[in-house]
Structure formats: structure tokens, C-alpha cells
Design a binder for this molecule. Sequence first.
Ligand SMILES: [Zn+2]
Length: 560
Amino acid sequence: MKAIHYPQSDDLRGLLRFAAEDGLIWLGEHRMLLIHAGALSELRKELICSVGQEQARRILTRMRFASGMRDAELARRTRSLDELSDAFVMGPQLHMLEGCARVEPVRLEIDPDTSRFYGEFLWHHAWEAEAHVQAFGAVDHPVCWMMIGYASGYTSAFMGRFILFRETECAAMGLDHCRIVGKPVDEWPDADALRPYFEADHIVGRLLELREEMEAMRRTITQPRRTPDLIGNSAGFRHAYDLVARAASTTVSVLLLGETGVGKERFARTLHEMSPRKAAPFVAVNCAALPGELIESELFGVERGAFTGAQASRAGKFERADGGTLFLDEVGELPLAAQAKLLRVLQEGEIERLGDERTRKVNVRLVAATNVDLQKAVAAGTFRRDLYYRLNVFPVTIPPLRERICDIPPLVEAMMQRFETLHDKRLSGISDKAMLALKAHSWPGNVRELENVLERGVILAPSNGLIEVEHLFLGGAPQAGPQHQLNATGSLETRDGRRQAAAIDLPGAVLDSGTDLESFEQALLKRAVERAGGNLAAAARLLGITRPQLTYRLKKQEGQ
Ligand SMILES: [Zn+2]
């Protein structure tokens, strides 16, 4: 059996980022915490004392089972699955990076075709054994429950089947290391006794199920402020929503104000749905989308022969909205002549089709919206003052998305559900980092922009995977403060010192140096292979190409 060597951990350290000025630590897209082992030991001890050893063991095992699952997702993304054992040992490497123990591989057999798995590892200076001995003294049974949870969660998620690890030796029993063995749960003769620590009365085997239940619960909790179209719980949103709800039962004209994309039509539709007119039509017109010469015939209708081309009589939007609600979006764009007619309709409650002598009674509730400052338009003479007063009886300002950041998570959840259905795709959620990037964005295009960004995210994210930053913002989210990462000796250094230097003008520097393209490529490939410690797959990843592409290029150079 060949010895197992860890591949270089550059890729792994690269995932860990310390953004101290933002108060954030990242492992890939997952938010991490650097806490004192002593504090976690204290929590562990109190848990054991308060709920008893059996229950504490279950909780602790499951807690770290969840960590292991997250890291497996990271491993599958980061390392090429062509070299399965290299990809797999990222788990033990992460477990080491996270400070739990030194993990020494003893035996590892993975068969992806049959999902066969056997793994045996030694843990040196396992933190949990030390913590247990410190709290309770030496014991006669294994106690590294969290670490076993991690190993099992990682391997189960990596292999796609329940792989159960157990400790056959533990440092808490007076040995100088712990020894763990993992294999498919059914292959353990005492599987039935072990299984309860992982799935048992409550969670782990049902982890995903549980998450869905929780999401369903959260949905019912936020129900009061939800209509199919409007979602939010921020103070600004609730204020606008309450105003609309109060106006709904009356016939007052409502003027919706707010930046483009804030969802004015959705508010208008909701107002209609909440009003006694909900059974009658809701008709929406975007005044900016119609050419000026057509707008009057669109709104008020036209009688046959009124002008060349008017072959038949046609009802306008007002008549079509009779008994219901007419929504005039971008009302500031109406030409002055149409403004005069609109004012008359509002005052008299009757319309006249173009080219018609008759007047027709209409019963229409008007909701207008604008993203321009109508008062300024009045001052500039492009909007009638009397119409402005008539429309501005009940103004409702819808806040921009950047002023209702706390509404982003529920909006994201609802939009993801919608787009998953629309694109027939199932995702496991959105990463911590992606959610943070969504909250940090300034959203000049408001909810509509968020919708576009999320739809792209749902399309680009891998099936059953997470939406990550790169799926939302092309080129990644802008970094806020300076970030640090671990160098090979384990010290923090400013991230991207190298890349910043490179960004100065790498092509210019190469040209100035008189190096030709081939020699430059050769040097670059050589450096990547060196940095990857001779591991070609890792070198290819550094260069952003596939291993066969790298091999081809290296061969080409050798041939010269
Ligand atoms: Zn142990």
C-alpha cells in the first residue's frame, strides 16, 4: 500500500482570509470564527454537566458533523476530483488548519465507482481529548465527539453516503494519540448503537430535511408583511405598506414615489388587490413607453375616423379599467395636452374618446407613480401645477433597497424559490459571503436589479450547491478593507501583495524586459510547477488551466 502524502496546502491557505478591519474571517465563502479553545472547552463542559454525557455527545457530534459537511463542499470545489485521494485529504488538512489536531493518515481506500470507503487516521494532540482530560480527568472511553462528528460529516458529504467514523483509541484514555477508523455505516457490526449519535431523535441524518422545515417555519413567521408580490419587514417598507393598506379601502388617488426599480407597480397592484375593486381590472400604463402622439388615444380611446389610420373605434385604458384601478407609471412623462385631459377626467369622472363628441362616465381609481421630482417639473413648466396637486393627495414614498438592507434576506429567499421553479433547478442555499456581498451592494437599480442578479446566480450556481459571490457579481464582489492570509510559515501577510504588484502593468513590464512570449510562458509554467511542489494538477489550478493543457504545454516546450 502506498504511503499517503498531503498535497501542498497553498490552495487551502488561500481559502482562509482575515479581513480584520471588517471583523470577518472567511474560509472560502463560509464565515468563520476564531475563538479560544478554552472557551469552547468551557461550553463543552457546561453542556455535559447540564444535559448529561449522552445528550451532550449527540449535540456536539452533530454540531461538528455540520462543519464537516460544509468543508466537504469546499473540497469538492477546490480540488480536482481526478485525483480523488488528494481531494479527499483536504478534509484532514482543513481539520489541521482549523487547529483541531495533527492528522496522520494511516490507510485510505476510496473507490468512487462502488462508493467503497475505508479510512484510518491518527490524531496527535487532539484538542478535544485535552479539553476533556482537563475538565474531567483521564477516562476509559473515547471522547473526541466533535472531531468524530467532523470526520463523519466531511466524509459522508464527500462520498455522498453515510460514512461513520469512530475512535478505536483516544488520547483521553492515556494514549499518546487518538486513532479513528471510518467506513460505511452498515459495515459496522454495532451500527445501530452508533447511529443515534448522528441522526437519532432529532437531526443529523435529516439535516437537509430539517433545514427545509425551518425555512417553512420562517416563512410563516414573516407572513404578516407578505403578499405574493411584496416582501419586507424594515421600518421604511412597513411604513409604505401601511400607507398603501390604509388608502386601499378609499377611492383617493395615490401617488407612488421612489427610485426606478423599487417596485412601484407591485405596490400599485397590491393596493388594487387589497381594495374593494379587486374583482375588477387592474390596468397598467407606462407613460414613458408610449410615443407622445399615441398616448391620448391609448388612455382615452379613439372613435373611428378621428384621424388617418383610426379604422375602428377603440376603448382606451380608462374605459378598460372601469370599476377597477388604472396605474399610470412615469406620469411625469405625460405631454402637457394629455395632462390637461387627465385632469378633466379626474375632476369630472368622464372621458371623451378622440374624435368623439360624447362623454362617457368612468369609475376608475387612479394610482400614479414617478421617479422624477414633480415639484421641479412644475417649476420648469413641464408639469401642470393643478394636476400635481390633484395627484399628490396621498403620496407614498417607497424607500430604495439600500435603505432596507434587512429586507434583502427574505427577498433573496423568495426570489430564489421563484427562480428555482422557473429554471427547474434545486439549490442548497446561498453562501455567507454571497449574502454579505448582496447586503453591501448599493443597488442603484433597487429590487429589480436584485432580481436580475439573483436570477443570474440561480442559473450559474451548480445544482444542489450554493450560490456564491462569483455567481452573482461577475469579477467578484468589491473587497472592503485590507485582507490578510496565512503564508507558508503560518504568519499573516497582506493578501495580494503579489497580485497588486502584478496589477501595476505586468504586460508592460514583460515587454520592457525584452522577454519573448515563449520564454515568458516557459518561466511562468516552471514557476507554477515549482510553487505546487511538482504536483501538476495543483500547478494547473494555479494557472487556471486543466492538467492535460498544462502537460501539453510542458511537452511542447521540451520538444523545442
Ligand atoms: Zn480522542
